[in-house]
Design a protein around this ligand. Structure first.
Ligand code: FES
Length: 189
């Protein structure tokens, strides 16, 4: 055997590696796992929030029972509140007032629902004094009972919302919101 083989590596002998301690390995593994878990807890809701901050979620969650057929007089506009759960990535707020709609009964089992939010700049639309149409008090846009624009600066007519009639005459409105100030109707997420 040569002399070189017996000589210890000078650097290794002067600065020996500390012995591997099993507890240290376990500690590092647990720390890494904990970090991943915390990251997932934070990242998943954050991603949901970015994707859909006001997640009225699935379409079925956006359908609200706002009135009954028996409450509606044919041809007479009636304003009703839309109340339901507001869901975002973090919370579910029960029974919040989400908005309002104008309902006009147009047949035995037919109802028209129109958003009360003016497509011009979002003011609340009122029924006209004679009850034959609607008017926005902010810049005097006027609409007929079908929601069609008849005068004023609104870029489009009132926004119609889908309506279904339940087996017991429940008026179910699918709640939607739209971008204001645009000629085309663009639904907000
Ligand atoms: S907000 Fe309704 S006319 Fe301007």
């Amino acid at each position: 055997m040569s002399d070189d083989a017996e000589k210890p590596n000078r650097q290794e002998s002067e600065f020996p590696e500390p012995p591997e301690v099993p507890h240290r390995r376990v500690f590092l593994a647990l720390t890494a796992a904990g970090t991943c878990a915390i990251g997932a807890v934070v990242a998943v809701p954050a991603a949901m929030l970015i994707a859909d901050p006001l997640k009225g979620s699935a379409a079925s969650d956006k359908k609200f029972h706002v009135a009954n057929l028996e409450d509606l007089e044919p041809g007479v506009a009636k304003r009703v509140a839309v109340v339901g759960d507001e869901v975002d990535a973090w919370n579910r707020a029960k029974d919040r007032r989400l908005g309002a709609v104008w309902l006009v009964r147009t047949g035995a089992r037919e109802v028209r629902a129109l958003s009360t939010s003016c497509p011009h700049l979002g003011c609340g639309i009122d029924v006209s004094a004679d009850g034959k149409g609607f008017g926005c008090p902010c810049h005097t846009s006027n609409f007929d009972l079908t929601g069609k624009l008849t005068a004023g600066p609104s870029p489009r007519g009132m926004d119609a919302l889908p309506v279904e009639i339940g087996p017991k005459g429940e008026v179910l409105v699918t709640w939607k919101r739209f971008r204001i100030g645009e000629k085309q109707q663009v639904e907000l997420a």
